[in-house]
Design a protein. Structure first.
Length: 244
């Protein structure tokens, strides 16, 4: 009888089985696990991009398939004329050295004008060109907004500008400043003049409808503004972050 009692008491002392998670909690764990994994993948991709040059981009790849090939050659920043870098910053993102990926003043001005022209920074454009796809969908915009601060935190400004200059489209099937310098002026990117650089920067908003070597009166006026802006940011220190 004593042994039976002892066995019964031991049986009673067995711990209760671990309660099962509710469906809601399991779904929540899966969702947050997926978010954490996606974040780590993005961080890893951005870290890799800091040291490894992207061989192509989604847009470049699609254009290559459509056209049967593209003109693209990677060139290091120290082989690009400094005036070219300044011209692009003056044209596309004059406060490039002063913001953390988003130019709030430009965004406010764009909202006031009822358009998004001029609100996209070079950092945002680099994220779009290298990691995402072209288009105006909210999904793409949301992803761009999420990745841009990570890029700013992990890449120096000089690297951001270097990558941008090497993947930007300058004409149909012409990508990067090295290909653009040869295509329009028959020169290497390190010997571009201030005027040539300004004309290349002037076509960036619409490279398929503008020509740097055959500028319209509007493009000449725009290039003159960019050339003056490039000199200004050199003088007031807004070019220091990528020229040091």
């Amino acid at each position: 009888m004593a042994k039976s009692t002892t066995r019964a008491s031991k049986a009673k002392k067995k711990p209760d089985p671990k309660p099962k998670l509710s469906l809601r909690r399991r779904v929540r764990r899966v969702v947050w696990g997926g978010v954490a994994l996606a974040f780590l993948v993005v961080v890893a991709a951005v870290l890799l991009g800091r040291v490894a040059n992207p061989p192509t981009t989604a847009y470049m790849f699609s254009e290559s398939r459509r056209l049967g090939g593209v003109d693209h050659q990677w060139v290091q920043m120290d082989r690009i004329a400094p005036v070219m870098a300044r011209a692009v910053v003056a044209a596309e993102d004059a406060n490039f050295c002063e913001h953390w990926g988003f130019d709030l003043n430009a965004i406010k001005a764009a909202i006031a004008e009822g358009s998004n022209r001029g609100a996209s920074t070079l950092s945002q454009q680099t994220v779009k060109n290298v990691y995402l796809w072209h288009g105006r969908t909210w999904v793409r915009k949301a992803m761009e907004a999420g990745i841009t601060p990570i890029l700013e935190a992990l890449w120096p400004k000089r690297r951001i500008l270097e990558v941008y200059l090497n993947v930007a489209e300058f004409d149909e099937g012409v990508f990067g400043v090295a290909a653009a310098a040869r295509h329009y002026f028959g020169v290497a990117p390190d010997v571009l003049s201030a005027q040539q650089a300004a004309q290349l920067a002037a076509i960036l908003p619409s490279p398929k409808t503008r020509s740097a070597s055959r500028p319209t009166p509007y493009l000449k006026k725009r290039a003159a503004q960019i050339r003056a802006g490039a000199a200004t940011i050199q003088g007031d220190g807004r070019a220091d972050c990528f020229e040091s």
